[in-house]
Write a protein that binds this ligand. Structure first.
Ligand SMILES: *Cc1c(COP(=O)(O)O)cnc(C)c1O
Length: 415
């Protein structure tokens, strides 16, 4: 009762604030950065599964999802988990990385990436990024390699294919290091006609609620190497499914996110959904996790309802990625008109623009309200720290530090 009273009070406050903002010339419905690929058909999938609880732990939709994703991405093997971070954890197991090993990762990443290594006692060494695509800087990589180094993580941030893709892989190969591709932002981006995630040894994707496609939480590991695939399978077979309570929350979150972030009348339906469903919401990264703790549910694989949602999302992904590219033209124009540099598109690459990144004055990142009024969008503030959003000290990464202060991002999909 208390919760409902509080959320009705909050909803009323939000509505008043919207009226005030409307009077200041801001639009009633903003374009958000999260869950933009959710539609009525995804709500129907969620509702179907909420009414068919007996089949939640059936394997069939999961195997179908993995097969479809592998085919769609042009990869030999795919395995689904309850997060990109969990897929990475499966990869660490598959590569038999051990305590004392070192891995080189970008000094501009999400905290769950170093966490996955730290949980296994592996040391992460941060390498600076370049400022054209925010990828690992190939000119700096070689000097960071030592006899303990076993792997590198390269990423395709914001959906841009990283600048030194082939060069990074060739440096790693020369030293016998594994290349793990972080494709959490770049599902569907291609380089020389091949989807990202196929050039390194192994890759992970994310379908968390703020990513290119969504199952609220979720991730996939892919590889073309049968030995690595067999080891990931081993990890998957031992992994458990989320509890019924978690699945119930995730399915209700599909409804909640759709009404909050995507529904045409989200300006009021979002607040109402928060009153009725807000208590079902789960956080993607707990406070403890931000501090380096391992949550108790870490390591789970994907159950049937979310795999089924994943299949529905995958069917729409190419269309949505095309929309993202079209939206990018609009932001290109804005950059040109306002004297900012447009993101660098590597020759022979097709990006997916999960978010459109621009380097602006630090004040524009510190006080992001201007974007609501000027452009009707919620401004993206990834990354506010080097290992977003944790405040860990990352040294000798001046480009990453600059991006932390100055990189803002616009939504890839305007709704
Ligand atoms: C979101 C994200 C991940 C992790 O994906 P989850 O599905 O949230 O576990 C990894 N790397 C980057 C760069 C990300 O933004």
């Amino acid at each position: 009762m208390k919760r409902i009273a509080r959320s009705i009070f909050q909803a009323g406050y939000h509505q008043l604030r919207k009226i005030y903002r409307l009077s200041k010339g801001e639009p009633l419905s903003l374009s958000f950065l999260s869950s933009q690929t959710l539609d009525e058909d995804d709500v129907e999938v969620a509702q179907y599964w909420l009414q068919n609880r007996d089949a939640w732990y059936s394997h069939t939709p999961v195997l179908e999802y993995e097969k479809k994703f592998a085919e769609w991405n042009g990869s030999s093997y795919a395995f689904s988990f309850m997060g990109g971070r969990v897929a990475l954890s499966a990869i660490i197991h598959a590569l038999a990385l051990k305590p004392g090993d070192e891995v080189i990762i970008p000094g501009y990443t999400c905290v769950v990436v170093p966490n996955a290594f730290h949980y296994e006692g592996i040391k992460t060494v941060y390498c600076d990024i370049e400022l054209e695509t925010y990828g690992l800087d190939a000119a700096l990589l070689e000097a960071m390699i030592n006899p303990q180094t076993k792997a590198i993580v390269i990423h395709h941030l914001y959906g841009l294919v990283c600048r030194d893709y082939e060069k990074l892989i060739s440096v790693a190969q020369r030293y016998g290091l594994y290349v793990i591709e972080d494709c959490a932002h770049s599902t569907g981006a291609t380089y020389k006609g091949v989807n990202v995630g196929n050039l390194g040894d192994v890759a992970f994707f994310s379908s968390e609620q703020s990513k290119v496609f969504t199952t609220i939480q979720g991730g996939i590991a892919v590889t073309n190497n049968p030995d690595i695939a067999a080891k990931i399978k081993e990890y998957s077979e031992k992994a458990s499914f989320p509890s019924e309570e978690r699945i119930d929350s995730l399915l209700h979150s599909v409804l909640l996110n759709y009404y909050r972030f995507k529904h045409p009348q989200r300006w009021w339906r979002g607040d109402w959904a928060h009153v009725t469903l807000g208590h079902k919401e789960l956080v993607s990264t707990t406070k403890g996790e931000e501090q380096g703790q391992r949550p108790f549910y870490y390591g789970e694989k994907m159950p049937a309802p979310l795999a089924s949602l994943g299949i529905n999302q995958l069917n729409k992904l190419d269309t949505y990625n095309q929309q993202r590219r079209e939206t990018a033209h609009k932001w290109d124009l804005w950059c040109t008109q306002h004297g900012y540099k447009t993101p660098y598109v590597v020759p022979d690459s097709v990006p997916v623009y999960l978010r459109y990144p621009v380097l602006v004055e630090p004040e524009k990142k510190e006080h992001p309200g201007w974007a609501r009024k000027e452009m009707g969008v919620e401004l993206g503030l990834w990354f506010v720290t080097n290992v977003h959003p944790a405040d860990w000290l990352v040294e000798n990464c001046p480009n990453a530090d600059l991006a932390v202060r100055q990189c803002i991002n616009f939504p890839g999909i305007i709704s």
